[in-house]
Design a protein around this ligand. Structure first.
Ligand code: DOR
Ligand code: ZN
Ligand code: ZN
Length: 423
């Protein structure tokens, strides 16, 4: 049957509107009541573009025990996320055509939209170029890790300039995990290895120096650069300075914005993540950077691992935790507290990512755009409970946090998912 539904009484960033969906697109947004086969009264629920999450690790393939595309995309839907960019540090890593094909096959299970990052190990330029030639529309960008962060990450020192030049030629974004390996090795000898020292061990200096280096190299070459999960005040200052005349984009995560190392006393290795949770001063600098329009996007860095692995001793516990089900909720909660405007929230969670990564017809509530929507009950109070997550990783440093505002429906290309019923 044809999909032809009118969502009435939607609270939007443009006022109270009716939204008419035909098939996978928005056919009309306005105050009229166009004829439709079906009418759903939204009773003043907030409707925003579905979150475009530019940073997730959906694993699958050889790490199906951590996550797969079905559980990952169900988690996304639970969190109002309708589009994800999957990172390349999977097993196998997305560094050659065969690995990309395997990931594309695994991702057939996905319920949401997706693009894939290509990884660079400094020696696969030939393959990167081939993948860009053959699969351009499915590729989010090229990801580089300046240091190994968790398992199976690919490092890149060699041929960095060549890689940046290649990215420029294809006008594709280079995204960076900015922590320098040599710097981490240095600090590793200076402190006792336990979770409370994580922020000292993977010292902020390693992120700051990494960001400085990569921006300098990129600014010389002129490629588009995107710094993932910026975590320190100093990196914000560097980005701010360069941003005036060079396209460097800045992503932050909800955990670097809302948490700091203090929480590790309570959650231990559950809160182990790279870059580490920093300090209150850094939280404040990230908030200021949102206000100053230095931050372009918010990424969840959804990084599921097995709980049994997270419970290992500090050195053996992997870094990362799930974020797909908490990220948009945490931001909505901040909006309710008056810490961020609705307009800014929409920009940071969808519109800007669509623009930066050239995703056509998504990221706004507009006629002709895809009907990727998150429907939010702003009055609903609830508590984050990781045991109810759809991700396989049922833990979170945000467990028990009080939220106001809950995603109750998610539309992906016009298809409606009721949040309580996807299992
Ligand atoms: O904490 C992290 N986990 N940081 C990363 O950069 C990678 C991620 C993962 O893949 O687990
Ligand atoms: Zn990272
Ligand atoms: Zn990541």
């Amino acid at each position: 049957m044809e999909n032809n539904v009118l969502l009435k009484n939607c609270k939007t960033d443009q006022g109270v509107k009716n939204i008419h969906i035909i098939d996978d697109k928005i056919n009309y947004v306005g105050v009229e009541t166009p004829k439709s086969l079906q009418v759903l009264d939204m009773n003043g629920f907030l409707i925003i573009p579905g979150m475009i999450d530019p940073h997730v690790h959906l694993r699958d393939m050889e790490q199906i025990e951590k996550e797969d595309w079905l559980t990952g995309s169900k988690a996304a839907i639970n969190g109002g996320v309708t589009f994800v960019f999957d990172m390349p540090n999977t097993i196998p890593a997305t560094i050659c055509c065969r690995a990309l094909e395997r990931k594309q096959r695994a991702a057939h299970k996905s319920l949401i939209n997706k693009k894939f990052y290509l990884g660079s190990n400094g020696e696969n330029l030939y393959y990167i170029e081939k993948m860009l030639d053959e699969n351009f529309s499915e590729i989010a960008g090229i990801k580089i890790f300046l240091a190994a962060s968790s398992s199976n990450e690919v490092m890149n020192y060699k041929y960095l300039d060549e890689l940046l030049k290649l990215a420029k030629k294809y006008d594709v974004i280079v995204s960076v995990h900015s922590e320098l390996k040599d710097c981490i090795d240095k600090y590793s000898k200076l402190y006792d290895h336990n979770i409370l020292n994580h922020n000292m061990l993977r010292n902020k200096e390693c992120s700051i120096q990494g960001t400085k280096n990569i921006i300098e190299s990129s600014a010389k070459i002129g490629n588009k650069l995107y710094i993932c999960h910026v975590s320190t005040k100093e990196e914000i200052e560097i980005i701010k300075q360069y941003k005036q005349d060079y396209p460097v984009y800045c992503e932050i995560t909800p955990h670097h914005l809302l948490l700091n190392e203090e929480i590790l006393k309570i959650v231990g290795n559950i809160g182990k993540v790279n870059p580490p949770l920093r300090t209150k001063t850094d939280n404040e600098a990230l908030w200021q950077a949102i206000d100053d329009n230095i931050v372009d996007t918010i990424g969840s860095d959804h990084a599921p691992h097995k709980l049994s692995e997270k419970n290992l001793e500090y050195d053996k516990a992997p870094s990362g935790f799930p974020g797909l089900e908490t990220s948009l909720h945490l931001l909505i909660n901040e909006m309710q507290k008056g810490n961020i405007s609705l307009e800014k929230l929409i920009q940071l969670t969808s519109t800007n990512a669509a623009k930066i990564f050239k995703i056509q017809n998504r990221g706004e509530l507009k006629t002709g755009y895809f009907a990727d929507l998150a429907v939010i009950d702003l009055d609903k109070s609830w508590k984050i409970d990781s045991s109810k997550f759809q991700t396989k990783a049922k833990y979170s440093p945000f467990d028990g946090f009080e939220m106001k505002g809950k995603v109750v429906k998610t539309f992906v290309g016009g298809k409606m998912f009721e949040i309580n019923t996807i299992h």
